[in-house]
Design a protein around this ligand. Structure first.
Ligand code: NAD
Length: 241
């Protein structure tokens, strides 16, 4: 994949799951990886050129992480805004208000703050790639997951908006909408919810982290030149739009 070798790529929520798989795929292309995660213990167990303990819901924490990363490793070439939580599964009328707000904070505000930090440098250098990990829930709206579905629809809108704001630069902004992939994220959900998600996938199986990573790596590459603000589906045929 052209343009990845030597680039510094920040991956939020990169200590495990999809973020870590994306890191490994980009490393295979020669990228230098900066993993940003709130879980210091998990972060300490994984190797990367740079690791930062950061809470993506906290603007000061994100700005400080960027400053440390760039001081040590130079400018950020790409951001994969991946950190996310599902929150618990409840009907909307039963959803605890604090839990609903927390999902919006991590999954929507966290993406905003991560992009807000890196965009000025990318705009100034007239180069960059931003890949947002959204979800098929943001397109389809999963029952029992109104906060998650709303946050993921929100980052699809953010991707389209930011893509247009940067369209006259060489910064490209795209998002991926995966269906269910077996990661530790499943532990946050009710087993019935996980079974329901699998039943909705026409291919009849969960996705693999490597399949999402392949798409994310492509979206970090120079291969994506005439595409921005776009939504790339990775859902085993669930969302064919
Ligand atoms: N696994 C799936 O089925 C699936 C499907 C569609 C979309 N996604 C999305 O992919 C992304 C990654 O999911 P995953 O399955 O790898 O989950 P995961 O739980 O395995 O990993 C998420 C990581 O994000 C980190 N994180 C959580 N809150 C944070 C915060 N405030 N600041 C910094 N880091 C934080 C966690 O510590 C964790 O390491 C999420 O945005 C998720 O919504 C996952």
């Amino acid at each position: 994949m052209k343009g990845i070798s030597g680039q510094l790529v920040v991956i939020t929520g990169g200590a495990r799951g999809l973020g870590l798989a994306i890191a490994r795929r980009l490393e295979a292309e020669g990228a230098r990886i900066s993993l940003w995660d709130a879980d210091a213990a998990a972060l300490a167990q994984v190797a990367a050129a740079d690791r930062q303990v950061v809470d993506v819901t906290d603007a000061a924490s994100v700005e400080a992480a960027l400053a440390r990363t760039e001081a040590a490793h130079g400018p950020v070439g790409a951001l994969v805004a991946n950190a996310g939580i599902t929150g618990p599964n409840h009907r909307l009328e039963d959803y605890p208000v604090d839990a609903w707000r927390r999902v919006i904070e991590v999954d929507l505000v966290g993406v905003f703050l991560s992009c807000r930090a890196v965009v000025p440098g990318m705009r100034a250098r007239d180069a960059g790639r931003i890949v947002v990990i959204a979800s098929v829930a943001g397109k389809e709206g999963n029952p029992m997951a109104s906060a998650y579905s709303a946050a993921k629809a929100g980052v699809i809108g953010l991707t389209k908006s930011l893509g247009k704001e940067l369209a006259e630069t060489n910064v490209r902004v795209n998002c991926i909408t995966p269906a269910a992939v077996e990661t530790e994220l499943f532990r946050q959900m009710a087993p019935e919810q996980v079974a329901w998600m699998k039943s909705k996938i026409p291919m009849g199986r969960f996705g693999l982290a490597e399949e999402v990573a392949e798409m994310a790596a492509f979206l970090c590459s120079d291969g994506v030149s005439f595409t921005t603000g776009a939504v790339f589906d990775c859902s085993g045929g669930r969302a064919t739009y």
